[in-house]
Write a protein that binds this ligand. Structure first.
Ligand SMILES: *[C@@H]1O[C@H](CO)[C@@H](O)[C@H](O)[C@H]1NC(C)=O
Ligand SMILES: *[C@@H]1O[C@H](CO)[C@@H](O)[C@H](O)[C@H]1NC(C)=O
Ligand SMILES: *[C@@H]1O[C@H](CO)[C@@H](O)[C@H](O)[C@H]1NC(C)=O
Ligand SMILES: *[C@@H]1O[C@H](CO)[C@@H](O)[C@H](O)[C@H]1NC(C)=O
Ligand SMILES: *[C@@H]1O[C@H](CO)[C@@H](O)[C@H](O)[C@H]1NC(C)=O
Ligand SMILES: *[C@@H]1O[C@H](CO)[C@@H](O)[C@H](O)[C@H]1NC(C)=O
Ligand SMILES: *[C@@H]1O[C@H](CO)[C@@H](O)[C@H](O)[C@H]1NC(C)=O
Ligand SMILES: *[C@@H]1O[C@H](CO)[C@@H](O)[C@H](O)[C@H]1NC(C)=O
Ligand SMILES: [Zn+2]
Length: 484
């Protein structure tokens, strides 16, 4: 009874500007390789990394592509389980190659990404997704409260401002936000990860990380919000002499082709399976710079074969090599970005085995639930889901993560609240008296803060009119699936 009153008061105290639940922001920087931290281009990220908990790198999922990895982050499941087996894939149900879209992320209707799971706990929990791949679709026929669909080039500061406004929303404060930046991936593909263009983008990303921290500070959220920064995969530079033409080893019209360098999914038409496999296999030996796998031979640790969407045959270029799609794309990049294509032009490639060092993503986090100045051993991308549910204090759903891998990141485990409650009850009467006096003050504060919130949202509305008209914002464009 006492406890109840106190909890109610605490709730009122929080409601004025922030969710009463633990708050988590997850920020993903597409293709931000783990060792971009060694470039001296990221002083702010470096400082942030040292202030909280970090790992030298993460072990991501196969293939080391954007959509499979983002969905593994969001679900804690391997691609063979969630069904996002590539940035595009051949769907045996509809018998065609599918690119990013609703179907890609709905292989199994029972799977709930973290944003859906969070809102389903009800009780004032709201999720927001800022351009997160796969997050602009309903799951189990329900949208979450705040969605901004992918829009390439959309102002980065605006993304951060919008995220803050979701968290500060007086009526439906978000307690989970997933924030996505498509760089340095988008330009990295055209210029390579070692280019000046990518270096500039890394500096700019370091700057936006600082901006997020500054905004949190300005809104007095620094000590209340847990923030995680990570990436989906790394990237390596490949030059045209290392592009391999594999279509020459197959007969036109006898197979379907899906995916992009370095891993191409081949789906032979009925009756051509052996012919295509043996031809590619022979060529791989002669050429020496790519490998060919039958589905049954995919390494077990890829967790990639137990799904009808995963291909009967996979061609994997060796590290530093690429396949036909880059032969076609390279001159297009050169034309689009107005540079001269030469044998030393570098193009960015990812998708190799996750044990390839240059494919490793990074991880760092800070906040009230995260250990300060702490380093943990590299862990798996699929482990992150357990970290999210633990921070958000929501029940886990079955997943492929290992809880033990992330427990050392957390300040303390569940249970702190019941201990706190017991303490409060024991001080009982005295506290109640104090609380009653403070309630009046709090209510006054709430009213003041609400007015401030209105002002903030009103100001943002003026600056970015289209952003705040609706909770759910319509898509303008879709990500070019194979460039992700
Ligand atoms: C979810 O949002 C989309 C896009 O705004 C909309 O078309 C759809 O009707 C919404 N679905 C539900 C169940 O609200
Ligand atoms: C860095 O961020 C600030 C805002 O925090 C902005 O004014 C400035 O233009 C940014 N600089 C670059 C190089 O992006
Ligand atoms: C580019 O590389 C290819 C393959 O290695 C070679 O045949 C060609 O001569 C090179 N072109 C130039 C301009 O160096
Ligand atoms: C690969 O080689 C075949 C046969 O020589 C040719 O028809 C095809 O255009 C080549 N593919 C590319 C992408 O250059
Ligand atoms: C390959 O076959 C398709 C139809 O199956 C045809 O449209 C295409 O022009 C053919 N390409 C070549 C290079 O022969
Ligand atoms: C493309 O680059 C060349 C040489 O750098 C320059 O002269 C030309 O103006 C550029 N064209 C465009 C459309 O930017
Ligand atoms: C990745 O693992 C395979 C065995 O599955 C091994 O052959 C290969 O050398 C490993 N590569 C790296 C870079 O560790
Ligand atoms: C991954 O998790 C799913 C859901 O619990 C389960 O069905 C599947 O067997 C797991 N896969 C592995 C390799 O443990
Ligand atoms: Zn990419």
């Amino acid at each position: 009874m006492y406890l109840n009153i106190i909890l109610q008061c605490l709730l009122i105290a929080y409601v004025h500007s922030l969710s009463a639940h633990p708050v988590l922001i997850v920020v993903s920087y597409d293709a931000f390789r783990y060792n971009f931290f060694d470039t001296k281009l990221v002083p702010n990220m470096e400082r942030l990394k040292k202030s909280g908990t970090y790992a030298d790198h993460l072990l991501n999922v196969f293939p080391t592509k954007t959509f499979p990895n983002h969905h593994s982050i969001a679900t804690g499941l391997y691609p063979e389980v969630h069904g996002v087996v590539g940035n595009s894939y051949y769907d045996p149900d509809v018998k065609k190659v599918l690119k990013i879209g609703y179907e890609m992320f709905h292989y199994d209707e029972n799977i709930k990404p973290i944003w859906r799971l969070n809102e389903d706990q009800g009780n004032g929990r709201y999720s927001g997704t800022m351009m997160w791949p796969g997050a602009s679709y309903p799951y189990q026929s329900q949208n979450i409260t705040y969605v901004k669909d992918f829009e390439p080039g959309y102002d980065w500061h605006k993304r951060v401002d919008t995220v803050i406004s979701w968290i500060k929303n007086p009526d439906k404060p978000a307690n989970l936000v997933m924030l996505y930046f498509e760089e340095p991936d988008a330009h990295g593909h055209a210029f390579g990860p070692n280019s000046e263009v990518v270096k500039d983008l890394i500096r700019k990303l370091d700057n936006i990380t600082l901006y997020l921290e500054q905004q949190l500070k300005q809104h007095e959220l620094t000590d209340k919000v847990n923030v995680m920064h990570l990436s989906d995969h790394g990237m390596i530079g490949v030059t045209p002499p290392n592009f391999i033409n594999i279509t020459q080893y197959m007969t036109n019209g006898t197979y379907e082709w899906a995916g992009a360098s370095p891993c191409i999914q081949i789906v032979p038409h009925e009756g051509y399976e052996e012919q295509i496999y043996s031809s590619l296999k022979t060529a791989s030996v002669t050429n020496g710079h790519f490998k060919v796998y039958k589905k049954q031979d995919f390494p077990k640790r890829w967790y990639y074969k137990k799904n009808p969407r995963s291909p009967p045959i996979l061609v994997m270029a060796d590290v530093g090599y690429a396949l036909d799609d880059l032969i076609i794309a390279a001159p297009k990049y050169a034309e689009h970005f107005n540079f001269t294509l030469t044998n030393s032009s570098e193009f960015g490639v990812h998708g190799y085995d996750y044990n390839v060092t240059d494919m490793h993503p990074f991880f760092m986090a800070r906040g009230p639930k995260i250990k300060p100045r702490h380093k943990v051993a590299p862990f798996n991308t699929v482990d992150l889901f357990n970290l999210f549910t633990e921070i958000l204090e929501i029940p886990q759903t079955p997943n492929n993560g290992t809880f033990g891998n992330i427990v050392d990141i957390l300040v303390e485990k569940h249970g702190q609240y019941s201990v706190g409650s017991i303490l409060i009850i024991s001080v009982g009467g005295v506290v109640i008296a104090l609380v009653l006096i403070t309630v009046a003050a709090i209510i006054t504060l709430v009213m003041i803060k609400r007015r401030q919130n209105m002002t903030t949202v009103a100001a943002l509305n003026k600056r970015f009119p289209q952003t705040f008209q609706n909770n759910v914002i319509e898509a303008q464009h879709l990500l070019e699936s194979e460039e992700a």
